[in-house]
Ligand binder design. Structure first.
Ligand code: LLP
Length: 386
């Protein structure tokens, strides 16, 4: 991804910053659109992964919808060109202001996560004299076999309505005057690198879809969320995931009735590989067993390693320019006063020196959006390749 020219250009910017390869994003989006259109599937971009303006502008131009999890995300989507009829709004804790705003904008659908939430949306919709379209977020109890912090579809997780609540929900929906049930929504977790959990999800969806039909609800929209994982180990080998295989699983295993639409909410698989966190080495500290490379970027810019023990490939771009061999090991750490502020332990790198430019790869999803000002750090900046 990093040509000599790009590296020479990056040296001129003050580190740390995010660098986005917009051409790769463009190609990724073209592939998503091509593969999903084969089956007439609808794709919403999960805003939570990255809300950088240039990124979402490009995504909007490719015609995707938006999957939002806060009132501000809904607002950001609308202000950046997404039509409200392609916006879905999810989240276990939507507050009244957020619901009121989304109602006023006539968004496509609220993904409702609890019985109590259905009652509140109904009350607020009555006050605005609107009928809110809703999908029930269902907890399908499908194990995504991913990190415990990013698995969502199990009974022990806080998300969604459980199957034992269905009868109560159905009776309630019949009574609520200002909500209309249009969809069933599922999401089992994130960074799922095996397609089997998605097949299992399809089988669960079929049962639940059938159950609702038997109860008199001919649902129009099935939304299966996102979660397909990317290759963090070798970002250049697989810079665009196999979207063809991913969508095919749904085509093979989900049983839709002719009028039913299938919707997706993809975040990571769209934006992760186009972003890198670029940093410079401040100090090298040689210990007895461990050498440290201390960077000017830390967990404040990219928290995933500290929070989920996430792996990100680390490259010394300066050494790459000089074709140096990988012959040393460093613990690559940031400047923040926390031991967890570590990007990788015993990382194989070339001989690394103060001032070397370091790329932390696959950071386009859940990177910049999760950055913080802890330790009163400067706001995170970003640059782009066109
Ligand atoms: N839909 C729902 C309801 C979600 O909760 C999520 C992600 C997505 C869609 C998009 O999933 P994706 O395609 O990006 O896997 N911060 C964590 C990831 C949290 C994911 C939260 N939900 C990380 O850095 O790995």
């Amino acid at each position: 991804m990093f040509s000599e020219n790009t590296i020479k250009q990056l040296v001129n910017y003050k580190t740390p910053f995010y660098y986005y390869d917009l051409q790769l994003l463009h190609n990724t989006l073209d592939e998503v659109v091509k593969q999903s259109q084969k089956y007439n599937y609808h794709v919403h971009y999960a805003f939570k992964a990255n809300t950088n303006k240039k990124i979402i502008e490009l995504i909007c131009n490719k015609g995707l919808g938006a999957d939002c999890v806060s009132g501000n995300e809904v607002k950001h989507a609308i202000e950046n060109g997404f039509v409200s009829q392609k916006i879905v709004f999810a989240g276990v804790g939507k507050n009244d202001d957020e619901i009121n705003y989304a109602l006023s904008q006539n968004i496509f659908c609220f993904n409702c996560e609890s019985i109590h939430e259905l009652q509140i949306i109904n009350e607020l919709a009555i006050k605005q004299n609107k009928v809110a379209s809703i999908a029930l977020r269902i907890n399908p109890n499908v194990d995504a076999h991913t990190h415990q912090y990013i698995t969502t579809g199990l009974e022990e997780n806080k998300f969604g309505i459980n199957p034992y609540e269905f009868d109560t929900v159905i009776n309630l929906i019949k009574q609520l005057s200002n909500i209309q049930l249009i969809g069933l929504h599922f999401h089992i977790g994130s960074q799922i690198t095996d397609l089997v959990p998605f097949k299992n999800l399809c089988l669960k969806v079929n049962q639940i879809n059938h159950y609702f039909l038997n109860k008199g609800f001919d649902i129009a929209v099935i939304n299966v969320g996102g979660g397909i994982g990317i290759n963090y180990k070798e970002p250049d080998k697989e810079s665009i995931i196999d979207f063809s295989a991913y969508f095919k699983v749904f085509n093979d295993f989900i049983e839709l009735r002719p009028h039913q639409e299938l919707h997706f909410e993809l975040g990571r698989s769209i934006v992760a590989q186009c972003g890198s966190l670029i940093s410079k080495v401040l100090y090298i500290k040689n210990g007895i067993n461990t050498n440290f490379a201390i960077l000017d970027a830390g967990m404040t810019e990219l928290i995933r390693p500290a929070l989920y023990q996430a792996f990100h490939k680390i490259e010394n771009l300066t050494a790459k320019l000089h074709h140096l061999p990988l012959n040393k090991k460093y613990d690559v750490v940031g400047p923040i006063c926390e031991s967890s502020d570590c990007f990788g332990k015993a990382v194989e790198l070339p001989e690394t020196k103060r001032g070397d430019l370091i790329a932390i790869r696959s950071a386009g999803a859940y990177g910049e959006v999760m950055s913080s000002r802890y330790n009163l750090r400067d706001e995170t900046k970003s640059y782009y390749s066109e």
